[in-house]
Design a protein around this ligand. Structure first.
Ligand SMILES: [Zn+2]
Ligand SMILES: [Zn+2]
Ligand SMILES: [Zn+2]
Ligand SMILES: [Zn+2]
Ligand SMILES: [Zn+2]
Length: 463
């Protein structure tokens, strides 16, 4: 059976890891008795899932029995609980690194499993660490308390009531790194529902692409606009949703891909002098370090044509080592756009951007905008990416550019890299919360607190 992505609640043992039941339906799930990591509703589900679970299950149970791993993992949690998010992130990362050290050489280990393992919000203890601590003190594991989930979202945990008292404000208080400053608890609940829906879609692509089928009469500035102002009416018309129903949920889903064209439009308007760019025959946008996410929802960029009715051709070039084979083709567009004699040309170039520019020499076509989505430039050096070289080139060539990030911390670090490359950052373009960032937040793996949002922050724009 072809299975979709495993939803987050299943990865943390909240719902059955095979049939995903156990949240709204009254189904009792119990933990796998070997690894204690994930849950099943019945033995049938457990047996059916064994083929895919056995590698992780055996790896985790052997890790737990390893005395060296136990001593290392037990040494990591801080003496006192802390709400310092940076410190917590570092501790969780050290924990995952320690897991990886001891699991080294075992193939098919899913890193996401280790990263998403439930851990105490304020001290990073996991169930396994708690059991290891007990074992080292000669107590039976069953005697120890287990992580206590938040009664509301059930997706954040603490190792004791005392730690919940300290974690409470962090968990239920506003998170200023996200639009409207929702709490971690609220965002957990939304992310839970979204990930369950994504898992129920049989086709494996997780990207919902939707754009309104309308070409606007004229370009309208995005200044002071919001997702709701721009798309609420269109969504209701399309889905026949009554005014009384909140559109938050569907808005979050569609904004996750619509953020791509909207962020481009926002950057173009901020980095251009006047509205001349909205009347160009051909609008050229380069996407640097493009990833599968951009390739697989390339149709969404037609929204750029819909907001700039005077542009005839949209040309998008996606560059980067991950791009599929070199090819240029026309993308299918709506009937209204065809009637107006418009076109959308998409090209892939599987090379790093500075190589593209160098190889094209005098044939290089200066783009109206060059954009890097969620570049992660500040921690991608180890992955072999060459963002600093790309940043330098963008500055030298005076190419209008924007780099976006998953969150505040990344944005601030990437901004420092951009400044180091000589960029004079536009004050409205970062580091700052992106008004056109996705409204869908995914709990940050590798952490006890924090979220990843597609282009949630702008790291820096310059020209
Ligand atoms: Zn089940
Ligand atoms: Zn297991
Ligand atoms: Zn704790
Ligand atoms: Zn909660
Ligand atoms: Zn169209």
């Amino acid at each position: 059976m072809q299975r979709g992505p495993i939803p987050w609640p299943a990865e943390v043992g909240l719902v059955c890891h095979y049939c995903f039941k156990g949240m709204h339906v009254k189904v009792k799930v119990s933990k796998c008795s070997r690894c204690h990591r994930i849950s099943y509703c019945t033995t049938e589900c457990q047996n059916a899932d064994w083929e895919s679970h056995k590698v992780m299950c055996k790896a985790l149970s052997s890790l737990e029995k390893n005395p060296f791993a136990a001593r290392k993992l037990v040494s990591l949690p801080p003496k006192e609980p802390t709400t310092n998010i940076q410190q917590l992130r570092k501790l969780a990362a050290q924990q995952v690194d320690a897991y990886c050290d001891y699991l080294h050489g075992q193939r098919e280990i899913k890193l996401s499993w280790l990263q998403r393992e439930p851990r105490c919000i304020v001290c990073t203890r996991t169930d396994m660490v708690i059991r290891m601590e007990a074992a080292l003190k000669g107590r039976a594991a069953a005697d120890t308390t287990r992580l206590i989930p938040c009664p509301e979202c059930k997706l954040s945990f603490c190792c004791s009531r005392a730690h919940w008292e300290i974690a409470d404000r962090l968990h239920h208080g506003p998170c200023h790194d996200l639009r409207d400053s929702p709490s971690q608890c609220y965002t957990n609940k939304l992310a839970h529902a979204q990930s369950m829906i994504a898992a129920s879609v049989p086709d494996t692509s997780e990207h919902l692409v939707w754009i309104p089928e309308r070409v606007k009469h004229k370009w309208v500035s995005l200044e002071g606009q919001s997702w709701e102002g721009e798309f609420d009416d269109e969504i209701r018309k399309f889905s026949r949703m009554p005014q009384s129903d909140p559109s938050t949920f569907i808005m979050a889903a569609i904004s996750d891909t619509l953020t791509l064209p909207m962020t481009i439009l926002y950057a173009l308007s901020k980095l251009s002098d006047g509205d001349g760019w909205t009347r160009k025959q051909t609008l050229i946008v380069h996407i640097v370090g493009a990833s599968l996410r951009e390739f697989s929802c390339s149709r969404v960029f037609e929204e750029i044509l819909h907001c700039t009715p005077q542009v005839k051709t949209l040309k998008i070039i996606m560059c980067g080592p991950e791009a599929p084979d070199r090819n240029a083709h026309d993308v299918e567009i709506c009937r209204d756009c065809i009637k107006r004699g418009r076109s959308y040309v998409l090209e892939f170039i599987p090379e790093a951007y500075h190589d593209v520019v160098r190889n094209q020499g005098s044939d290089f076509e200066h783009p109206d905008l060059c954009i890097g989505f969620n570049s992660g430039a500040n921690h991608s050096a180890s992955l072999g990416y060459t963002w600093p070289a790309t940043f330098k080139l963008l500055v030298e060539r005076k190419i209008p550019s924007l780099i976006t990030a998953y969150g505040r911390e990344d944005a601030e670090k990437d901004a420092a890299l951009l400044r180091a490359a000589g960029a004079a950052l536009h004050p409205a373009l970062g580091p700052v919360l992106n008004p056109w960032g996705s409204m869908k937040a995914v709990p940050s793996p590798h952490s006890t607190y924090g979220f990843l949002v597609n282009s949630g922050w702008l790291a820096g724009g310059f020209k």
